[in-house]
Design a protein around this ligand. Structure first.
Ligand code: FAS
Ligand code: PHB
Length: 389
């Protein structure tokens, strides 16, 4: 099979890149390891930055998001049983969209199908070849047969555990990592959200987050030790602990119900440099991971897609490779700023095992400063709604 761009990974970044390339008349093939049902069953991100919203609209896949998504003009932060709101519109004139990654991925799959795009699922042992040549290729197994895709470029949209990053020679790859000593226990429940907007809560017992997917579907998270298996948490235990960590008025309003999904996600900060090697480009989680405290993971994947789409479009339209040449530096400049924001939100809101009472007071005083300082709120809002591309 011959294509112009071979994309490894049929998650949101791979599908969005394929859609944007298609709109510019550039042919691609997406190779996805799992089946579509598995990809769509993963419950992940919930908040889209303004830049992501505009990119999805530009790609022609924003209609359902605009119909069913929730525009949030602010968010609540809470500590010591007190909550306060940060007004994004008042501080930076922008908002965010609450629309689940599952729905974004579904919309992207629908658009690829409608355009007759080639998205091959259950592609096993995907293996890139000749990345340092002018004629790279990718082989994969499916239904017991080996297949070969020849192409001009290979894009690794295959997430943190994918194959593409491993193709960069060890003497070229530079890795930066911080692993956090806790995880997020997430619950999806068919209950009305506890508040109109999100609540990020600092508590001496640990972090809690109240989010949502729609008026009848809520998403909640608790910071938990990584040593605890998800089965150790009954629904009742989860709701009891959540009520302890969020402000009393919210706890009194909370509508509980059976968890329709319950999982624990580890937290890490990670960046791989460079995000390009020869004809291989890394995008999204294949190149970087952020703790979800800043709601940046999916949004960073989309800004990578934006930069790479610009580079590939210029290559095929004008024969110019300048934007491809600057892709890695340009993407990493935004990645590191978002890594810092996600790390700082995690430091401010979570309880660390070696934390002292002084440390807890430092966190509470940072939140108290945020509550009363326009400058502090503007800085947080600027990062949360999304730094410019
Ligand atoms: P993805 O991991 O989404 O997609 C990669 C795709 O590549 C997958 O479909 C995978 O099956 C496929 N693949 C892997 N190896 C392959 C191979 N060898 N060959 C072919 N295909 C292969 N972000 C937020 O902003 N907010 C959140 O609340 C949030 N929660 C998260 C919870 C969890 C448990 C996880 C893991 C991540 C979470 N994230 C969150 C981050 C998440 O949303 C990612 O940033 C987002 O999925 C990135 O998209 P992709 O880069 O497309 O990678
Ligand atoms: C979610 O709704 O899943 C969500 C929202 C905001 C975050 C993390 C997760 O920071």
């Amino acid at each position: 099979m011959r294509t112009q761009v071979c994309i490894i990974g049929g998650g949101p970044s791979g599908l969005l890149l394929a859609q944007l390339l298609h709109n510019d008349g550039i042919d691609s093939v997406v190779l996805e390891k799992r089946d579509r049902a598995h990809v769509l069953a993963r419950i992940r991100a919930g908040v889209l930055e303004q830049g992501s919203v505009e990119l999805l609209r530009r790609a022609g896949v924003g209609a359902r998001m605009d119909r069913e998504g929730f525009v949030h003009a602010g968010t609540f932060l809470a500590a010591a049983n007190r909550g306060f709101r940060i007004d994004f519109e008042a501080r930076v004139g922008k908002s965010v969209m609450v629309y689940g990654q599952t729905e974004v991925t579904q919309d992207l799959y629908d658009a690829r199908d409608a355009a007759g795009g080639t998205v091959i699922d259950r592609a096993d042992r995907v293996t890139p070849w000749g990345l340092d040549s002018k004629a790279p290729a990718v082989t994969y197994l499916r239904d017991g047969r080996e297949h070969r895709v020849t192409c001009d470029f290979v894009v690794g949209c295959d997430g943190f555990h994918g194959v593409s990053r491993t193709c960069i020679p060890p003497d070229v790859l530079r890795e930066f990592e911080r692993v956090y000593p806790f995880g997020w226990l997430g619950v999806l429940s068919e209950t009305p959200p506890v508040a109109e907007e999100l609540i990020y809560a600092n508590h001496p017992r640990g972090f809690a987050l109240c989010s949502m997917r729609n008026a009848g579907l809520s998403r909640y998270y608790l910071q938990v030790p990584l040593s605890e298996p998800v089965d150790a948490w009954s629904d009742h235990a989860f709701w009891d602990e959540l009520k302890r960590r969020i402000p009393e008025d919210a706890a009194d309003r909370l509508v509980t119900g059976p968890a329709v999904e319950k999982s624990i996600a580890p937290l890490r900060s990670y960046v791989a440099e460079p995000m390009r090697w020869g004809r291989l480009f890394l995008v999204g989680d294949a190149a970087h991971i952020v703790p979800p405290t800043g709601a940046k993971g999916l949004n960073l994947a989309f800004s990578d897609v934006h930069y790479l789409h610009e580079g590939l479009a210029a290559h095929y339209r004008d024969g110019s490779d300048a934007a491809l040449g600057s892709y890695s530096d340009r993407a990493l400049a935004r990645v590191w700023k978002c890594e810092r924001f996600s790390w700082s939100m995690t430091q401010m809101l979570h309880r660390f095992p070696d934390q002292t009472p002084f440390d807890q007071r430092m966190q509470e005083s940072e939140l108290a400063w945020l509550e009363t300082s326009v400058a502090a709120q503007t800085a947080l809002a600027e990062n949360y709604v999304g730094l410019p591309y």
